[in-house]
Every structure is written in structure tokens, then in C-alpha cells.
Design a protein around this ligand. Structure first.
Ligand code: ZN
Length: 126
């Protein structure tokens, strides 16, 4: 089984909290998207864990796209915004990957509009 298949099989998101404790050091409300995006999110966390001053504040899907919100504070609780550009660039790269990845199964997908304004990024089978 490939690494990404193992990650899709995960039962819950606590896997990420244990693997990347600095990114989840504050309350963030859970991961509000389906498991097809978990492998992308895993790679995103791999890159972001080097920024020890950052932590997630919200992780969700909206209008068919992955949304990642975060804050940057050092150990003294001071806001440190100088790494934000680098962090934003990394997040953008993975958000773009999610745009063409089925949120349910992780295969190639596209963002579809249906039922009014409701959007989801899915493959042709899901
Ligand atoms: Zn699918």
C-alpha cells in the first residue's frame, strides 16, 4: 500500500495532531474536509512544520477549495509576521493541488457547480 493510500484510510485527523504538534498547538476546530485531501494536507504539514512559530486556526473546504487559516506567534506570544509570505506561498501550492483532486477519494477531479451555488471538487465516479 502506498503512503497516500494509508493516509486516506485514516479514521480521524488526530494522526496529524500527533505527527505535527507545533502546527496544532492551539484550538483550530478540526479538519473540515473529506479524506481525499488528506495526502495533500499531509505534504503541506511536512513543509510547514519548519515554521515553528505558526499554528493552524481553521482547516476546511469552502466552495470546492481547500481553505487553510493560521497565526504566527513566537514562544513569548509575540506576533511574528515576517515568515507569512513564505507560508502563504507554500499553502497556495497545495491549495492548487486540491483544486484538481477529488475531495472524497483522492483521484483526479474537478470543481463542479451544482444545486445552485454549492460547489465540490470531485472525480467523475464520486
Ligand atoms: Zn472520487
Amino acid at each position: 500500500m502506498e503512503e497516500y493510500e494509508k493516509i486516506i484510510m485514516l479514521q480521524d485527523h488526530h494522526y496529524f495532531e500527533k505527527k505535527y504538534p507545533t502546527l496544532f498547538k492551539h484550538e483550530y476546530g478540526g479538519i473540515a474536509f473529506d479524506k481525499g485531501w488528506y495526502p495533500i494536507f499531509n505534504d503541506l504539514c511536512d513543509e510547514l512544520q519548519n515554521f515553528t512559530e505558526m499554528h493552524f486556526t481553521c482547516i476546511k473546504e469552502k466552495f470546492g477549495t481547500m481553505r487553510i487559516y493560521y497565526d504566527v506567534y513566537n514562544n513569548e506570544g509575540k506576533y511574528v509576521g515576517n515568515s507569512k509570505k513564505d507560508i502563504d506561498d507554500i499553502i497556495e501550492k497545495y491549495v492548487n493541488r486540491a483544486r484538481s483532486t477529488c475531495e472524497k477519494c483522492g483521484k483526479n477531479g474537478a470543481t463542479n457547480k451544482y444545486r445552485g451555488n454549492w460547489c465540490q471538487t470531485l472525480c467523475s465516479l464520486c
